[in-house]
Design a protein around this ligand. Structure first.
Ligand code: AMP
Length: 218
């Protein structure tokens, strides 16, 4: 049986950072729908062009194309032991569809850590965030600056501010999150899969809580 973990939480809650740590500890594959879209944008594909028109405004990319993209990704052999899903599902339709897909494979979502933080912290985090062009490593101008400004500590590539990490777009993304993604909290709570993790703590403490919730010993 494979392990599928859905990391739930607002934009800026720390899902990407925690997903990176989690894949290191578990050997699972990191599947981030946002990263997949950014890869398409970088490669100038048709899907990338479509996704960009929504992402730059802080809106969700339509369910059908998002679901098809993630389905294809998790059917890749490297996901045979499971995956950490980050930023997906973001709507009830996505959640229902992925459940059906996994069930058809004889699998299911194992657990859904829900990382929470107050809105003002999320906006400050999103608008100070800088991301590495090569691999998407994330730094923050105030909270976790790179050793050398504008350069990724991990792979030396250029750091940039995502189009959707401005204050205005961050607010819009939080609004979209509240409207479209919050219903997933009850959806997974009812299935007894939800575990709340307080995201406004130091990164190491969030990881510790997360690993404890997942029952992973380090
Ligand atoms: P993220 O990197 O997860 O913050 O996602 C960045 C942007 O990509 C979002 O604001 C959406 O425009 C788009 N996106 C990522 N994941 C999804 C999804 N599951 N459904 C729809 N749009 C998504």
């Amino acid at each position: 049986m494979a392990t599928y973990i859905v990391l739930l939480g607002s934009p800026g809650a720390g899902k990407g950072t925690q997903a990176d740590i989690l894949i290191e500890k578990t050997g699972l594959v990191h599947v981030s729908s946002g990263d997949l879209f950014r890869e398409h944008i970088k490669n100038k594909t048709e899907l990338g062009q479509l996704a960009d028109s929504y992402m730059s405004k802080g809106e969700l990319v339509p369910d059908d194309v998002t679901i098809a993209m993630v389905r294809k990704r998790i059917s890749n052999p490297d996901c045979e032991h499971g995956a950490v899903l980050d930023g997906f599902p973001r709507t009830l339709v996505q959640a229902e569809t992925i459940k059906i897909t996994l069930n058809e494979m004889g699998e299911d979502i194992s657990v859904v850590p829900y990382i929470t933080a107050p809105d003002e912290i999320l906006i400050a985090r999103l608008s100070g965030r800088c991301t590495c062009r090569a691999s998407g490593h994330v730094f923050h101008k105030l909270y976790s600056p790179p050793a050398k400004e504008g350069i990724c500590d991990i792979d030396g590539s250029e750091l940039y501010q995502r189009d959707d990490d401005t204050v205005e777009t961050a607010k819009k993304r939080l609004h979209v999150y509240a409207e479209k993604t919050l219903p997933l909290i009850n959806y997974y709570r009812k299935q007894d899969k939800l575990v709340e993790i307080q995201g406004d703590q130091p990164i190491e403490k969030v990881t510790e809580d997360l690993l404890a919730a997942l029952n992973i010993k380090v």
